[in-house]
Unconditional design. Structure first.
Lengths: 302, 517
C-alpha cells in the first residue's frame, strides 16, 4: 500500500542496473535543488580539462627563469597573473601546478582507496590473525598525527613528489579500512551470504559478487571527499619542502616560496592559495552532493 | 565594595597583560638570532660558523685577530719570537690569567691542549675527532712547556701561515681540568679564558652566556648574551623587526631596503673573504673534461643572481680569493662572463652537444649559504638553456654536510675563511692532500697547483708567496673545478640600542666591547 512516501527498502539491492535508473532520477532532482554543487562540478571539470590539456594551451613556459622580470603584478604586459620571484609566469605555473596537485591528490586517494578496500574486506570478512593484524596496524597509523607521520615517511624515503604521495596514501589508509570493514561486518552474517555459502560459493565469489556492490556508494563518497584532503596534504608536504623539487610548479611549494613577498607582492602567494581553496571547496561540495545522491536514507527523502 | 574589588582586579590583570606583551629583551641582555643551533662547544671539533660565534666568546687562542681585520695581535700570548729558520716559535703567556673554573693558564695547559689533538697516544685523544689537526698541526714536531709561562712550538719545516693558525678556533685554549672532568661530554661543558662563560644550553632552544667578571682584558659591558636558533630567514626578519631579538644575520635580501628605512634598526655591511660556489665532481665521467666545467661556468648568469636574487649583497667572484686578500688576489684569473653560446660551443667540442643530466645537491639553509634554494633554481634554469639537466635534491643542513663529502655530481658550498692567509682557503679546498673527509669535495687535482700550494706554505718571503698564489689562482680558474659564483658581503642587522658593534671579516660576532643603550 503506498502512502505517497517512498519507503526505505530493507532488502539489499540485488541488481545494479535498476539502481542506475533510480540514481538518474534522484540526480536530476538534486541538481535542481543544489545549484552550488553543479557549479562546483563545472569548476572541477574545467580544472581537470585545463590540467590535462596544459601542454596544448597557449601558455608560457612555467619554468622559464628571467630574473629581470621578477615579481611583476597581475595584468602586466605578457603576464596576465604576474610573475614570481624568478620571473616565471604565474598563470602557466598555476595551470601546470594543477596537474601536479590534482594528480597527486587523486592518485594518492586512489591508492589509499584500493589498498584500504582490500584490507578492509579482509579484516571485515575474516576473523583471526588477519583481522587482528590489520586492525592493530590501523590503530597504530591512527595514533600518529597525520602530517607528522607523513613527514616521517618522507624523511625516510627522501624528498620528492612520488615519495610524498606514497606517504600520504599510507597515512590515509585507515579511513577506507575502517569504512569498508564496518560495512562488511554488517553484511557478513546476512542470510544471502549464508545462502551463497550453502550453495558452494567460494569466499572470493561472495566478496566480489555479493559484498562489493554494497561498498560502491560509501567508498565513492568517501573518495570524493578524500581527494580534497589529499590535495591539501600534498600541498602541505610541498610547502614544507618535502614534496616537489625545484623547478616543478606545485601549488604547495608556490605558497612556501611566495610567503616572503606577502607584504609587497601578495599575488604570488594569494593565487596558489586561492587555487587550492577553490578546488578543495569544489571537491567537498561535489562530495556532499554525491553523498546526498547515493545514501539511501537521504535519497528516500528527496 | 565588591564592585571596587572587581575593578581593582581587572586593572591589575590588564597591567600584567600589558607589561608582558611585546617580549623585548631585558636591558642588559643581548639576544642574537643565529641561522642554526651551535653543534659543539669543544674548540678542536667545531666546523660550523654558528658554533664558532658562541665559542669565540668563551675561548681564546695564543694569537688573536685585530677587530675589523686579519692583522695578528697578541692573544693569550703577550709576545713571541720566531727563530730565523722559521722552525721554533717561543710564546710568552700573560701572567695571572685564569680559566672560568678557577684553574690557572699555564704553559703546561697549552701543551696539554695541543697534545690532545696531536698525539694519538694521549689518554684524551679518543675524546673527539679533529678535522683541522692535519691541516694546522701536521707540521708540528713538538710542543714544550719551557717554564710555567713560556711555550715553545717546534715545526718540522717552516710554515709561514702558522702564526695565523694559532688564531683559528681549533687551536683555542681550554681548561685541561674540564677535559679530565667531562671527557667526551666536554662538548657541552666549555671552560675557557674568554670574556663570557657558558651559563646554560637548552638544545634547540637557546644558549645563554654570562659575563666573566675576572676577564683579563676587562669585564665586558653586557651581562648576558642569549643565542636563539631561528632557521627560517623570514622568521629572523620578523624577530628583528619586532625587537624580539637584538641582532641577526642572513635576512632575506628583498627585505633589506625596508630595513634600511626602519628607524629602529641598523643595517651594517662589509666586504668579506667568503666565496660561494658549486663544487663539481672532477671524477665524474662527463665533468672530468675541463671544457665541460668551463661551459657550466659560462652558462650561469652570475650578475643576474647577484642583482636579482641577492639584491646586491655580494660581488661576482672570479677567483676563490676575494679582493679582500689584497695583493694575493689575482685580478687576471680566467673569467667566465655570462655567455650561453660559448657554453654550448664548449659542450659540443667536448662531445656533448645534446647536453646531459646531473644530480644537484642543495641545502635548505646553512651558515653562509645565502639563498641556497633560490640560487639553485636560477642555476638549474641557466644550465637547462644549454642542455644540461640538473635534478635538484634539497636537504636539511646537517644531513647535507654528510652527503656533500660523499662525491656528489654538483653541490653548493660556501667557504668563509676564519683566518686571513690565502693558504687557509686554497690549501683546504683545492689541494689533493685534502680529499674527503677534508673539504676538497670535488677531488680536484692539479700537480702544479699542489706544488705551488705546498711551497706557498713554507716560503717565508712575502713577494715570493704572492707570485705562487697568483699562479695557483690562474691555474685553478682555468681548470674550473667549481662554478664559482660570488663573494658574499656580510650583512648584519641590529636594533638601535646595540652600540659599539663592529663587523669582523670572518663573520664572527665580536661582543667584547658591545653595550646596550
Amino acid at each position: 500500500m503506498s502512502l505517497g512516501v517512498a519507503t526505505v527498502s530493507r532488502e539489499p539491492q540485488p541488481a545494479l542496473a535498476g539502481r542506475a535508473a533510480d540514481l538518474q532520477r534522484s540526480a536530476r532532482r538534486l541538481a535542481g535543488r543544489n545549484r552550488l554543487a553543479v557549479a562546483a562540478l563545472v569548476v572541477l571539470v574545467a580544472a581537470v580539462v585545463a590540467a590535462v590539456l596544459a601542454p596544448h594551451l597557449p601558455l608560457q613556459d612555467p619554468d622559464a627563469v628571467e630574473t629581470t622580470n621578477r615579481l611583476k603584478p597581475p595584468l602586466s604586459p605578457g603576464h596576465l597573473l604576474g610573475t614570481d620571484e624568478f620571473g616565471r609566469d604565474l598563470l602557466a605555473r598555476l595551470v601546470w601546478g594543477s596537474r601536479v596537485s590534482l594528480l597527486a591528490g587523486a592518485a594518492s586517494a586512489a591508492a589509499a582507496m584500493v589498498a584500504g578496500v582490500v584490507l578492509g574486506l579482509l579484516s571485515g570478512f575474516y576473523t583471526g590473525w588477519a583481522e587482528t593484524l590489520i586492525m592493530r596496524a590501523t590503530d597504530i597509523l591512527m595514533a600518529f598525527p597525520y602530517i607528522l607521520l607523513a613527514i616521517a615517511i618522507v624523511a625516510g624515503l627522501g624528498p620528492g613528489l612520488r615519495n610524498a604521495m606514497i606517504a600520504i596514501a599510507i597515512v590515509g589508509l585507515p579511513l577506507y579500512i575502517r569504512l569498508v570493514r564496518s560495512v562488511v561486518l554488517s553484511l557478513r552474517e546476512r542470510e544471502f551470504v549464508e545462502a551463497a555459502r550453502a550453495l558452494g560459493a567460494t569466499d572470493t565469489l561472495i566478496l566480489g559478487r555479493h559484498v562489493l556492490p554494497h561498498l560502491v556508494s560509501p567508498v565513492i563518497v568517501a573518495f570524493s571527499l578524500d581527494v580534497g584532503t589529499k590535495i591539501l596534504a600534498t600541498a602541505g608536504l610541498s610547502f614544507l619542502g618535502l614534496g616537489t623539487q625545484p623547478p616543478t610548479a606545485d601549488w604547495g611549494s608556490m605558497l612556501a616560496t611566495g610567503r616572503q613577498f606577502v607584504v609587497f607582492r601578495p599575488h604570488v602567494v594569494l593565487l596558489p592559495g586561492l587555487a587550492i581553496f577553490v578546488i578543495v571547496l569544489a571537491l567537498n561540495l561535489v562530495g556532499d552532493a554525491l553523498r546526498d545522491l547515493l545514501d539511501p536514507r537521504t535519497r528516500a527523502q528527496a | 565594595m565588591r564592585h571596587r574589588i572587581r575593578r581593582l582586579l581587572s586593572v591589575c590583570l590588564l597591567l600584567t597583560l600589558v607589561s608582558t606583551a611585546g617580549a623585548a629583551p631585558p636591558r642588559d641582555t643581548l639576544v642574537i638570532g643565529l641561522v642554526a643551533e651551535p653543534v659543539t662547544m669543544d674548540p678542536p671539533q667545531i666546523t660550523d660558523l654558528n658554533s664558532t660565534r658562541v665559542a669565540k666568546r668563551i675561548f681564546e687562542g695564543l694569537t688573536a685577530q685585530e677587530l675589523g681585520s686579519y692583522r695578528i695581535v697578541p692573544g693569550l700570548a703577550r709576545s713571541w719570537d720566531i727563530s730565523k729558520d722559521g722552525l721554533a716559535y717561543t710564546f710568552r703567556l700573560r701572567p695571572d690569567v685564569k680559566f672560568h673554573d678557577g684553574t690557572p693558564l699555564t704553559a703546561e695547559a697549552v701543551r696539554f691542549v695541543f697534545d690532545r689533538q696531536l698525539n694519538d697516544q694521549s689518554p684524551f685523544y679518543k675524546t673527539g675527532t679533529y678535522p683541522y689537526v692535519k691541516g694546522f698541526l701536521g707540521n708540528v714536531a713538538s710542543v714544550e712547556a719551557v717554564d710555567p709561562l713560556t711555550v715553545q712550538i717546534r715545526l718540522k719545516a717552516p710554515l709561514t701561515p702558522f702564526i695565523q693558525y694559532l688564531a683559528h678556533h681549533s687551536l683555542y685554549v681550554y681548561s685541561p681540568e674540564s677535559l679530565k672532568k667531562w671527557g667526551k661530554d666536554v662538548v657541552k661543558h666549555p671552560v675557557g679564558t674568554g670574556p663570557f662563560k657558558l651559563d646554560s644550553w637548552e638544545p634547540g632552544v637557546k644558549v645563554v652566556l654570562s659575563r666573566h667578571d675576572q676577564y683579563w682584558g676587562g669585564a665586558p659591558k653586557l651581562r648576558q648574551v642569549v643565542y636563539v636558533p631561528i632557521v627560517e630567514a623570514q622568521a629572523r626578519l620578523t624577530a628583528i623587526k619586532t625587537g624580539e631579538i637584538d641582532l641577526t644575520l642572513d635576512v632575506p635580501p628583498d627585505a633589506l631596503d625596508g630595513l634600511r628605512r626602519d628607524p629602529n634598526v641598523v643595517v651594517a655591511e662589509a666586504d668579506s673573504s667568503a666565496v660561494w660556489y658549486v663544487v663539481l665532481n672532477t671524477r665524474h665521467p662527463i665533468l672530468k673534461d675541463k671544457r665541460v666545467r668551463q661551459a657550466l661556468n659560462f652558462a650561469v648568469n652570475k650578475e643576474a643572481i647577484i642583482r636579482d636574487i641577492l639584491r646586491g649583497t655580494a660581488i661576482v667572484a672570479t677567483s676563490p680569493l676575494s679582493p679582500v686578500y689584497g695583493t694575493f688576489h689575482e685580478p687576471n684569473a680566467s673569467k667566465y662572463p655570462f655567455n650561453p653560446d660559448r657554453a654550448r660551443a664548449l659542450l659540443k667540442e667536448a662531445g656533448h652537444p645534446g647536453g646531459f643530466e646531473l644530480t644537484f645537491l642543495v641545502p635548505e639553509s646553512g651558515s653562509g649559504m645565502q639563498s641556497p634554494v633560490e640560487m639553485a633554481t636560477v642555476i638549474q634554469a641557466n644550465l637547462a638553456t644549454v642542455g644540461v639537466k640538473a635534478k635538484i635534491q634539497t636537504m636539511e643542513w646537517g644531513a647535507y654536510l654528510k652527503k656533500y663529502l660523499d662525491g656528489p655530481d654538483m653541490a653548493e658550498m660556501s667557504w668563509n675563511p676564519s683566518i686571513g692567509d690565502p693558504d687557509h682557503m686554497m690549501y683546504m679546498l683545492l689541494s689533493s692532500d685534502r680529499f674527503p673527509p677534508a673539504f676538497n669535495a670535488g677531488f680536484y687535482q692539479n700537480p702544479r697547483v699542489d706544488e705551488l700550494l705546498r711551497k706557498g706554505r713554507t716560503t717565508l718571503e712575502e713577494s715570493q708567496r704572492v707570485a705562487m698564489y697568483r699562479e695557483a689562482q690562474r691555474l685553478v680558474t682555468d681548470d674550473a673545478p667549481w662554478i664559482i659564483v660570488d663573494h658574499g658581503k656580510q650583512v648584519i642587522v641590529h636594533r638601535k640600542r646595540v652600540q659599539n658593534f663592529k663587523l669582523h671579516p670572518n663573520f664572527d660576532l665580536v661582543l667584547t666591547r658591545v653595550e646596550l643603550q
